[in-house]
Design a protein around this ligand. Structure first.
Ligand SMILES: Nc1ncnc2c1ncn2[C@@H]1O[C@H](COP(=O)(O)OP(=O)(O)O)[C@@H](O)[C@H]1O
Ligand SMILES: [Mg+2]
Length: 235
């Protein structure tokens, strides 16, 4: 469904991605692991058109989307939750979720259904629906950012280190969100440094180093033999 073929990306003169190839199938959860600074976020930014690949292709459902504007990608069904979350701190939880619903081609009834589904899966968001986003804990903000992305009814969500800096209890919650999305048939490209969690929720995993994919394997294989994990992630 989503394919990166031999993607090269630069920031100015710095050559960051050196021929990255990654694939995500419909409804598939795919992990992207690697130490700090290896190019994981840049890979997601390249998919989202926030930085243009100098070489290679990004293909979604057969269309070359390299360099498309983010709102066009959202329309195609690609949602992105960046590392810094970017929720609206002064808007309430409800208003934050509404921003994902202010789009054409969706009935009021469908909007209500989508909100209800999110509130059912994440009761804390219902409890806090009239609270300003900025007053939520880090984990709750992450949950809100993902819930807002879900309002777009995406086919795939790109998650950039959703568990970073969260307490274990919130990591479990984020894990639960990934399970909910997976059950709904949404594909996920999950960038993480949390190895155990990634190996548990993903079907396949790519390991990056220095702007390249050095290894990819079924998550099950990496769970059973952690040699590659030790080699590239040092854990
Ligand atoms: N906007 C930028 N301009 C220049 N260099 C950047 C920029 N963003 C990231 N980099 C560099 O690109 C490399 C990869 O960064 P990034 O994709 O954020 O890695 P990761 O997400 O794996 O930690 C790093 O060396 C980082 O310093
Ligand atoms: Mg990053």
């Amino acid at each position: 469904m989503l394919t990166l073929e031999n993607v090269h990306t630069f920031y100015g003169k710095s050559h960051i991605l050196h021929g990255v190839s990654v694939e995500v199938g419909p409804g598939e959860v795919v992990g992207l692991l690697g130490r700090n600074g290896v190019g994981k976020s840049t890979t997601l930014k390249t998919i989202m058109g926030l930085v243009r690949p100098s070489q290679g292709r990004v293909v979604f459902e057969g269309r070359d989307i390299g360099g498309w504007a983010p709102h066009r990608l959202a329309h195609l069904g690609i949602a992105y939750v960046p590392e810094d979350r970017r929720i609206f701190r002064l808007l309430t939880v409800y208003e934050n979720l509404r921003t994902g619903l202010d789009r054409g081609g969706i009935t009021e009834q469908r909007k209500t259904e989508l909100l209800e589904k999110v509130y059912e899966n994440f009761p804390v968001l219902r409890e806090r629906r009239n609270q300003a986003g900025g007053t939520l804990s880090g984990g709750e903000q992450q949950m809100l950012a993902i819930a807002r992305a879900m309002m777009l009814e995406p086919k795939i969500i790109l998650l950039d280190e959703p568990t970073e800096g969260l307490m274990p209890r919130m990591v479990t919650q984020i894990r639960h969100i990934v399970d909910v999305l997976h059950r709904e048939g949404v594909a996920i490209l999950l960038v993480e440094q949390n190895v155990p969690m990634t190996l548990e929720v993903s079907r396949r995993v790519y390991i990056m180093e220095k702007g390249q994919v050095r290894h990819h394997a079924p998550a099950e294989a990496l769970r059973e033999d952690q040699t590659m994990i030790h080699q590239y992630l040092g854990v």
